[in-house]
Design a protein around this ligand. Structure first.
Ligand SMILES: NC(=O)c1ccc[n+]([C@@H]2O[C@H](COP(=O)([O-])OP(=O)(O)OC[C@H]3O[C@@H](n4cnc5c(N)ncnc54)[C@H](OP(=O)(O)O)[C@@H]3O)[C@@H](O)[C@H]2O)c1
Length: 170
């Protein structure tokens, strides 16, 4: 990102944004330097898969799995499901205070960060409209802190690393 920023700056152009995976279940931009560097250089961080591929909507807590390739990836397999439930419960508890869904709270948590713009995917207009509902409320500092605490493990958690370790018997 710094290389791209410098190369563009030499040509008089700003680096406007960097699109990376960022959600309550994938907080690595906070620990790998990307979010801090975005802030330092004035670059917007575009958060892709902000709903963790739909998992944070809460609708898969009944044990159903999404269609297509997603069903074979975290958080819809293995230990992913175990960690999903408590996170969605916290989202629901907070959302109930505002008449908002778990997914809307998950998107709002991203919106509360300086420089961060989530881009939720939507399968239809209803989902898109629903997701836009994240723009019409705010979270308190206490609620943000609670969500941060509930998902602390995902600041460094890497499903891929965990799987490699498991296969290696570590
Ligand atoms: N730069 C990259 O490398 C990269 C990588 C991946 C994605 N992206 C981009 O990031 C954006 C979002 O990623 P994503 O779509 O993979 O993940 P996402 O936003 O975390 O999840 C979107 C999925 O969640 C479900 N959903 C969305 N809104 C919902 C709602 N209101 N209620 C219930 N379910 C809802 C839908 O799937 P179901 O209804 O089927 O559950 C939808 O397809 C896309 O624009 C994508 O192109 C970029």
């Amino acid at each position: 990102m710094r290389t791209a920023y410098d190369a563009l700056a030499q040509r008089g152009m700003p680096l406007a944004s960097n699109q990376v995976q960022y959600s309550l279940l994938h907080r690595q931009p906070e620990t790998n330097g990307v979010l801090d560097t975005c802030r330092e250089l004035g670059i917007s961080l575009i958060a892709y898969q902000p709903l963790a591929s739909g998992a944070l909507s809460g609708k898969y807590l009944d044990g159903s799995r999404p269609a297509g390739f997603r069903r074979f990836r975290e958080p819809f397999r293995g230990s992913g499901f175990e960690v999903l439930r408590p996170v969605v419960m916290v989202l629901k508890m907070i959302g109930d205070r505002y008449g908002k869904s778990p997914g809307q709270v998950a998107l709002r948590w991203l919106l509360e960060h300086d420089n961060v713009v989530p881009i939720p995917g939507a399968k239809n207009a209803d989902q898109a409209t629903h997701n836009a509902g994240a723009l019409s409320f705010t979270l308190t500092a206490e609620e943000i802190a609670y969500l941060n605490e509930a998902t602390e493990a995902f600041r460094t958690y890497s499903p891929l690393r965990e799987r490699v370790n498991r296969l290696a018997g570590r």
